[in-house]
Design a protein around this ligand. Structure first.
Ligand SMILES: [Mg+2]
Length: 393
């Protein structure tokens, strides 16, 4: 018996005129959501945020299969989007490049979307990820198989320790993550240097073995950043993330030379060209990518490849996201052969969001996120949760 004859042949799934017609994309739907953030969610810029602005994108084929992708309108330096601007970019400029094609036209769609709209990575991300999700669903395999296969079953996540008014509350937040098994903390800093110093010192005192990073979200002056980094240098800080403005790469390089703490680039890298500039100027030796900021799996993988070639540390990250955005990173990480730091890619679902949008949210096994094994992203939308948080009807 020929085993190959028992399997669906590729042509039956993707490769002939009849299947092409079934896989043709007939609808691109945008779904704007407000998802309540738990507690007082605060970083150094933008005040307390009551809710997360999420835009889900659902792409449907003639066959009725649906691919899903996520982006966020997360305004701070380096991201200017609103739910309305994302929706308009997708409906008017990007969706017309997708309709009538199949998910396997993804590279051609990338090219044509770039002609239609330069950059606009926050708007392109959910579309590209939804196309990957559909490829997996059509072929009946998890997304990491579409990316070439799997190098790991679980992906390490870090905790984000948010700013609280009282030190005890900050430490309590850190303790809760430690108790759950997290061993890498991103400590948000940049609003008040004296408080930042105390927070970092006390976190180090309470958790002698934890890996500590600090993230100023681009809010500090060069002088302020240098002074604070000098003060916290003795506390064994693994890296300092985006201490100063995204455009001051020379300042970042100068900070790298003046302290032993390694610099990490976040807000200053949206595109491949921006990463090349960081590398050329030696402005950072680590990079954090985000599914929405960097244009989805397609572009994040390019950034990781460039970063790895420059021997940079790679931190899989995200703004707060639902399980959909976190699953996209999990599949990318699963397919990645090189080293990855425990990154904050699952911070939304590790404790910051009140609700998820899928029927079976990503689980945690301590600090590890098991990579979903269902077709595509492996996520099923929870229709009632989505309709309860929708803001366009
Ligand atoms: Mg950051």
């Amino acid at each position: 018996m020929n085993i190959a004859e028992d399997r669906p042949r590729a042509a039956e799934l993707v490769g002939n005129a009849a299947t092409e017609a079934r896989n043709r994309i007939v609808a691109v739907e945008t779904i704007p959501l407000h998802i309540p953030l738990r507690g007082a969610f605060k970083i150094s810029v933008g005040g307390v945020r009551p809710f997360l602005e999420v835009l889900l994108v659902r792409i449907r084929t003639a066959d009725g299969l649906e691919g899903i992708g996520e982006t966020q309108a997360w305004r701070r330096l380096g991201s200017v989007e609103t739910l309305a601007s994302l929706t308009e970019a997708i409906k008017t400029h990007l969706a017309p490049r997708i309709l009538g094609r199949t998910p396997f036209d993804l590279p051609a769609i990338v090219r044509d979307m770039n002609i239609a709209l330069d950059r606009s990575l926050y708007a392109k991300a959910p579309l590209l990820d939804a196309l990957y999700d559909l490829q997996g669903k059509i072929l009946g395999v998890p997304l990491y198989q579409i990316l070439g296969g799997k190098a790991r079953d679980k992906v390490g996540a870090s905790a984000v320790v948010l700013m609280k008014d009282k030190l005890d509350d900050t430490l309590e937040g850190a303790q809760a993550f430690w108790d759950r098994g997290f061993r890498a903390f991103t400590v948000k800093i940049g609003e008040n240097a004296a408080n930042d110093h105390v927070n970092v010192r006390e976190i180090r005192r309470r958790f002698p073995d934890v890996l500590i990073r600090v993230d100023a979200n681009a809010s500090m002056s060069f002088d302020g950043a240098l002074a604070l980094l000098k003060k916290i240098e003795p506390y064994d800080i693994e890296s300092a993330e985006q201490m100063i403005a995204p455009w001051d790469l020379d300042g970042m390089a100068e900070l790298s030379r003046r302290v032993t703490i390694q610099m990490m680039a976040d807000e200053c890298v949206a595109t491949e060209q921006e990463l090349l500039e960081v590398i050329k100027r030696r402005a950072a030796t680590g990079i954090q990518t985000k599914i929405s900021k960097n244009g989805g799996i397609w572009y994040c993988r390019k950034l990781w490849t460039i970063a790895a070639a420059a021997d940079m540390r790679i931190y899989p990250g995200n703004h707060p996201t639902t399980s959909i955005g976190a699953a996209a990173v999990a599949h990318l990480a699963a397919s990645w052969p090189g080293d990855l730091a425990d990154g904050p890619f699952a911070m939304g679902i590790s404790g910051n969001l009140e609700h998820d949008v899928v029927t079976e949210p990503l689980r945690f096994d301590g600090r590890l996120v098991p990579v979903p094994t269902g077709p595509g992203l492996g996520m099923t939308v929870d229709e009632s949760a989505v309709s309860a948080m929708r803001v366009d009807r």
